[in-house]
Design a binder for this molecule. Structure first.
Ligand SMILES: Cc1ncc(COP(=O)(O)O)c(C=O)c1O
Length: 619
């Protein structure tokens, strides 16, 4: 870039350090004439993006080749693996998507078995389809306070590996889109006990472990393959990502082969320079960067603490609840499985009011010009990084406090008494404050039951007064010592699908063994019960379904049919249905509701149709 020095300023400072960007700028300054790709010939005339055109080259002499790096690109990748403490690191210019695909496909060969956390990104499933893998699922439980996925339990992975010993590898996402971090060290221990490969999709956690006060990243916690989207949480261009490899379990030549297939043969030097700048920037500025992030997060939490209807998800609240419940966090017989909650993810819930996540998202965007990362049923997610400004943090906190006041006014106008509304709206999780408020209702139930004579009809009456089936179930379970057959009867009477019941129980903060007994199935073991009820049944493998003859049918008529395609909520890109799964009414309801509240559902056409296999299920 000939006028680099003159342009000066912030945007150009990142590359002033002898890295790939500097080399590209120096080259651009020279008189070399390009008789090669790209067709713009480093001539910015065609675009206002001239500075990028000037450094956008192909694999010319002196600039190495990503698919066989021996020079400047090898050095850049080594710099990245030093930062993360990895043995080997690959640059990815096709996002984490490509890293996940390569990891999955190199870890398990054609038709082999794979254990997958069911809340994985669609790229994991795509890898499984392309490789014709037989997939077994680990279903994470739900954090009761928030209604989002908890971390993955090491004990559950251990159990599933015992059940599916042929699984070649375990794949999980940590942190989740909502910032929930699993105990990777404990999981790696159980996976390695059986000499399997642990793949951690850490697309959302490229910033983990970069500073002593941040939670450790999966590379140092013992995962064999770790994928980072640099672009998600660090200052790097969209599509840039890293794949790290550790240890001897992974066949690295096979991994390279897949990377050669899956990565473009024309990797962008602009993107790669952006990755190198990012790594160099983080090396230099991580101490003050993460200190700033932590300080701003604390201030933000303090400011928004006063909100009534808006709650920001926090680890401390879970810890507080855990101590109330006398339960540990990760480790022993805990109620929760997460190891940490990433402070870079602000998960902002609206609770106990008529608002949903989509409305909050829209108001923030339209009226406050605050563009969130995503909206879900009852929350929005904001991503915060070391690049955020104080103003960015303040604007968000101020807006939330204002919006909270507005919700309050609206709720008062609607004349809704808080005490009857709180915690009873379907799909709204019970947050920290609502848990406090809900305790009155729960106490009523408990008192009724504990009244000595255990007047069950009275208890059921109280239960019956609650306005949703979900809370009905919780109350029955809360009641604990109520006649179990009666409880089951009530559960059976409710139209809530069983999966919801199981989730509710998993989510409930009460003694789980008691709760489980309450719904224990007569003939099947509890784990089977959980797997069979929470998720749709599998009619054929994902590969068979994906490549089979298909037809389009209205969603409403699809119950009982085998889905031929993925149906994803996007973001976060977690499949609601994977090819081969049998569509049921509960999933249809979930899809319909997601569309109704304005979430983006991929795999349902504008006419409301879905792809199903022409072959019908036999059961
Ligand atoms: C958990 C997870 N993994 C992988 C990906 C894919 O990342 P990329 O967009 O970098 O390809 C995403 C994208 O949102 C994700 O959320």
């Amino acid at each position: 870039m000939s006028e680099k020095e003159e342009k000066g300023g912030k945007a150009y400072q990142l590359g002033d350090d002898g890295g790939l960007y500097d080399a590209l700028c120096t080259y651009a300054k020279g008189d070399s004439y390009p008789y090669h790709m790209p067709g713009h010939k480093r001539n910015g005339r065609a675009s206002v993006m001239a500075p990028y055109y000037e450094i956008d080259i192909t694999e010319i002499d002196g600039f190495d080749n990503l698919h066989q790096s021996e020079g400047i690109l090898r050095d850049a990748q080594e710099r990245a693996n030093r930062l993360y403490g990895a043995e080997e690191t690959f640059y990815l210019v096709n996002g984490s998507t490509c890293g996940v695909l390569a990891a999955v496909m190199s870890a398990a060969g054609r038709g082999e078995e794979l254990l997958v956390a069911r809340n994985c990104h669609k790229s994991v499933y795509h890898g499984a389809v392309l490789q014709g893998l037989q997939v077994h699922y680990c279903y994470p439980s739900i954090l009761p306070e928030y209604g989002i996925y908890d971390g993955i339990a090491a004990a559950e992975i251990k159990r599933l590996l015992e059940k599916y010993p042929a699984s070649k590898a375990v794949v999980l996402t940590s942190p989740t889109y909502e910032g929930i971090i699993s105990d990777i060290k404990a999981i790696a221990a159980v996976v390695h006990e059986r000499n399997k490969i642990l793949i951690v999709d850490e697309a959302h956690g490229a910033h983990l472990g970069l500073e002593e006060h941040m939670p450790p990243g999966a590379v140092t916690e013992g995962a064999d393959l770790v994928i980072h989207s640099l672009h998600k949480t660090l200052p790097s261009m969209t599509q840039t990502a890293l794949l790290h490899v550790q240890g001897r379990r992974v066949d690295r030549s096979r991994l390279r082969r897949y990377l050669r297939i899956l990565q473009t043969s024309s990797p962008s030097y602009v993107m790669m320079a952006s990755m190198d700048c990012c790594i160099r920037y983080v090396e230099k500025h991580r101490a003050e960067g993460f200190e700033f992030l932590r300080r701003q997060h604390a201030l933000f939490c303090e400011k928004t603490e006063k909100c009534t209807y808006i709650t920001v998800g926090k680890m401390e609240d879970l810890q507080r609840n855990a101590s109330i419940k006398d339960a540990g966090m990760a480790g022993s017989s805990q109620a929760y499985h997460l190891a940490a909650w990433d402070i870079g993810k602000l998960v902002i819930f609206v609770q106990n009011c008529s608002w949903n996540g989509r409305r909050l998202y829209d108001i923030m965007r339209e009226e406050y010009h605050l563009q969130m990362e995503m909206a879900a049923g009852n929350y929005v997610v904001a991503i915060m990084t070391i690049m955020d400004s104080e103003e960015g943090w303040q604007r968000l906190a101020d807006a939330l406090v204002q919006i909270d006041g507005r919700i309050e006014e609206e709720e008062q106008k609607r004349g809704i008494r808080q005490s009857t509304e709180e915690g009873s709206r379907p799909g709204v999780c019970r947050g920290r404050k609502s848990i406090k408020r809900n305790s009155t209702e729960n106490d009523n139930v408990r008192q009724t039951i504990e009244a000595g004579d255990i007047d069950k009809s009275k208890a059921r009456q109280v239960i019956g007064e609650s306005s949703t089936e979900e809370s009905k179930v919780v109350h029955i379970i809360e009641a604990g010592d109520i006649d179990k057959s009666k409880a089951r009867q009530v559960i059976g009477e409710s139209s809530t699908e069983e999966s919801k019941v199981v989730q509710t129980i998993e989510a409930s903060d009460i003694d789980k063994s008691k709760a489980r007994q309450t719904i224990a199935d007569d003939s099947i073991d509890k784990d089977e019960n959980r797997e069979r009820q929470v998720q749709p049944q599998i009619g054929m493998t994902a590969e068979e379904a994906f490549f089979s003859a298909r037809e389009e049918v209205p969603l409403e008529e699809a119950s009982g049919r085998i889905t031929a395609d993925f149906i994803n909520l996007y973001p976060p890109g977690i499949p609601l249905l994977v090819p081969g799964e049998i569509i049921n009414d509960s999933v249809i309801g979930h899809i319909r509701e997601s569309i109704r509240i304005g979430l983006q559902v991929q795999g349902v056409s504008a006419e409301g149709k879905v792809s199903v296999c022409t072959v019908k299920c036999c059961n």
